[in-house]
Design a protein around this ligand. Structure first.
Ligand code: COA
Length: 311
């Protein structure tokens, strides 16, 4: 049984309206131009569609970028099993959407990116369901980390526990000045369970990761910047524009090259250097046979901008 079938929240998305256009098998990801008048939902400031069928996340588009917003503001966007189900399904669909070249993950409202796993749900777990909760979250975040297009976390407030781990699973992280990061799980008697114990240490180093996970204390945006947990801190009101700008610096490059850089770097983290560099050579060679490489180099020599087609 797949992740999606196991999710309690899937029923909310299981019956697509009959008239919705399908470019993929996922009804709620069709773009406005494909679905004029067909999709229930309202237009967002970015010009995309906010789908009625999604309960706790919204999806919108800005040209070739998809924006995934966790939206449970009454609980500071805490991740319950329905949010996880919707995130999994959204990323699965965006993966196959050729018009989407990059993704921004953010949280709704001014206060939080995501204030962690839903403590109300966690309070009900036992030893067996606890393992399942952790593995399900890990699986969803692994889907994000292994996403073949760039994913940036735009953190505009609290990124605590599972929220910090969600940001860690993204390829890039940008914070607003009011952002706060932390792994407060020990204060609840648990540990980070969505990959945070592994990813934080790899990103910021053992000493800082151990201190954050042991004390449970929050760090502010500047401290997060100093330790490399985020790479940019911007004013709150500029966060989304700067996030889009940052992802577009990636999406203007060859999509196959971007995908393979991600594969090489993330695979390279898990293997001895010799194996990583051998894998790198294979990808390098593979790219040499693509139309994008010819286009990229020809465009340079002809002093024009390349037009990459991902082939
Ligand atoms: N799970 C479930 N509900 C959460 C939540 C979480 N992780 N984080 C916040 N909420 C809820 C609160 O219970 C409150 O709900 P209520 O209005 O029904 O009581 C609402 O969101 C607003 O939070 P509140 O605590 O009133 O806001 P605050 O500004 O006083 O504090 C935080 C903000 C983030 C410091 C505080 O909410 C907090 O510590 N949250 C838990 C963080 C955490 O431990 N995360 C890791 C979980 S493993």
């Amino acid at each position: 049984m797949g992740l999606w079938e196991r999710m309690p929240g899937r029923r909310a998305l299981a019956s697509p309206p009959a008239r919705v256009a399908r470019r993929s098998s996922h009804f709620y990801l069709s773009r406005p131009s494909d679905t004029e008048g067909a999709v229930p939902g309202s237009r967002t400031p970015e010009g995309g569609i906010q789908m009625a069928d999604l309960q706790h996340i919204t999806l919108s588009w800005d040209a070739d970028l998809a924006i995934v917003t966790v939206d449970r503001q009454e609980k500071l966007n805490a991740l319950n099993s329905e949010v996880f189900a919707e995130l999994a399904e959204a990323f699965q669909s965006l993966r196959h959407d050729d018009q989407v070249r990059g993704v921004i993950v953010t949280g709704a409202g001014e206060k939080a990116f995501v204030a962690g796993a839903d403590i109300g749900e966690l309070a009900k777990m036992n030893a067996i369901t606890g393992v399942q909760v952790s593995r399900t979250g890990q699986e969803v975040f692994r889907t994000i980390e292994s996403f073949p297009k760039p994913v940036l976390a735009a953190v505009g407030g609290y990124a605590l526990g599972g929220g910090c781990e969600l940001a860690l699973a993204c390829h890039m992280r940008m914070a607003s000045e009011n952002a706060r990061f932390g792994l407060p799980e020990v204060g609840l008697g648990i540990i980070p369970g969505y990959g945070g114990t592994v990813r934080l240490a790899r990103l910021v180093g053992l000493g800082r990761a151990v201190e954050m996970a042991l004390t449970g204390e929050m760090v502010d945006a500047q401290a997060a910047l100093a330790m490399g947990l985020v790479t940019r801190v911007v004013p709150r009101e500029e966060l989304m524009d700067r996030a889009k700008e940052q992802v577009r610096k990636v999406t203007r490059n060859g999509p196959l090259a971007v995908r393979m850089v991600l594969e090489a770097i993330y695979r390279g983290m898990d293997v001895p250097i010799q194996d990583g560099t051998t894998f790198e050579s294979s990808l390098f060679g593979l790219l040499a046979s693509t139309e994008d490489v010819k286009e990229g180099m020809t465009a340079f020599l002809e002093k024009r901008k390349p037009v990459f087609r991902g082939r």
